[in-house]
Design a protein around this ligand. Structure first.
Ligand SMILES: [Zn+2]
Length: 349
């Protein structure tokens, strides 16, 4: 069997569409017919070569999606043929199979435990979660990365409580999800900070009570005007070290907490004033919002459904697999918060 995939052949170059031969499933692997794939900042860093030397070229890409199980390999018990699933880079229960090698005109193409920029893909059992009922497959794709990272950073990592003040720096796909979660918790105010006006408008729709345009003045001063003693919680979702510094500066003394989500480019360093820590401020990292897919994805899905928000419409624009490079460009320019690839577009019937 063959699948169409967008392959990174060389960093700094557009992805290439390739007809890949799908190998036989190994123990612990699952073949999935992908419905939607998200495109996130991590793939942009990868494609543009900002993650350093890439020893796996050429390789498949993408780490959040939704789809339906076509076939399961030996020893797979978590899902069965026909199940609707979420595909995520965050590890859950089940076998962990690190890699798959596809063939492209006789050439080997690498793939990790999960890749989603393809019509069909072989996925490790532990990167799949059965899709809870009542979640449209479009929104379900976002359960693979944007929602767990954004929701989880607020609900799990920060353990946000009603009435706490919060600022979200960078309202792309993940940051907007953090805003949505903060609104669900009842945080107040919810301050969105970004350099792009249209993203701040999206943040208002997602539940932000205040917006700060970081390109027209010092965002720290703007936040201090709203909360003079500093905010309880900050979420950084830009991947820029200077913003990580701002986010820590923005939280209050004695217990204010800043959570760093964004992926910086390889080699970049964070320089902080250690005095911030003596004031009792905290900085925390997070691994996918400290989400446990098997427990948290159904929980996030329920929250999403009850919020009645059309998150894909809020965050994104739909592209075909053939236009994947336009999706990457849309993400890079900030035009689109979270592009989604609809695998049915342009697919043979
Ligand atoms: Zn991601």
């Amino acid at each position: 069997m063959k699948t169409l995939a967008a392959v990174l052949v060389e960093t700094g170059r557009p992805l290439e569409l390739a007809e890949l031969e799908v190998p036989t499933l190994q123990a612990g692997q699952v073949l999935v017919d992908i419905a939607f794939s998200g495109v996130c900042h991590t793939q942009l860093l990868e494609a543009r070569g900002y993650r350093g030397n890439d020893p796996f070229l050429p390789h498949c890409m993408g780490h959040e999606g939704s789809g339906r199980v076509i076939e399961v390999g030996p020893e797979v018990s978590k899902v069965k043929s026909g199940d609707e699933v979420v595909l995520s880079w965050i590890q859950g229960t089940g076998a962990n199979v690190q890699s798959t090698i596809y063939k492209w005109n006789g050439r080997a193409v690498n793939a990790g435990a999960v890749t989603t920029f393809s019509r069909q893909s072989i996925i490790s059992e532990n990167r799949l979660t059965r899709l809870p009922a009542h979640v449209p497959t479009e929104a379900a794709a976002l359960l693979g990365c944007a929602i767990p990272t954004g929701f989880g950073s607020v609900l799990n990592t920060a353990q946000a409580r009603p009435g706490q003040s919060i600022a979200v720096f960078g309202v792309g796909g993940v940051g907007l999800c953090a805003v949505v979660a903060a609104a669900m918790v009842g945080c107040k105010p919810i301050i969105a900070v970004d350099v792009l006006a249209h993203k701040l408008e999206l943040a208002k729709l997602a539940g932000a009570t205040d917006i700060v345009m970081a390109s027209s003045g010092d965002p720290l001063q703007a936040i201090r005007r709203l909360i003079p003693d500093g905010i309880d919680l900050a979420v950084e979702a830009t991947g820029r070290p200077e913003v990580m510094v701002q986010a820590l500066a923005a939280v209050r003394r004695r217990g204010g907490t800043s959570i760093v989500i964004g992926n910086a480019r390889k080699g970049e360093r964070l320089s902080l004033d250690p005095g911030e820590f003596n004031q009792g401020k905290r900085i925390l990292g997070t691994w996918g919002g400290d989400s446990s897919p098997d427990i948290d994805f159904p929980r996030y899905a329920k929250l999403l459904v009850s919020s009645k928000l059309n998150l894909p419409a809020l965050l994104g624009r739909i592209y075909s697999l053939e236009s994947i490079n336009e999706a990457l460009e849309g993400l890079e320019s900030g035009q689109v918060a979270r592009p989604l690839i609809d695998m049915r577009l342009g697919a043979p019937c």
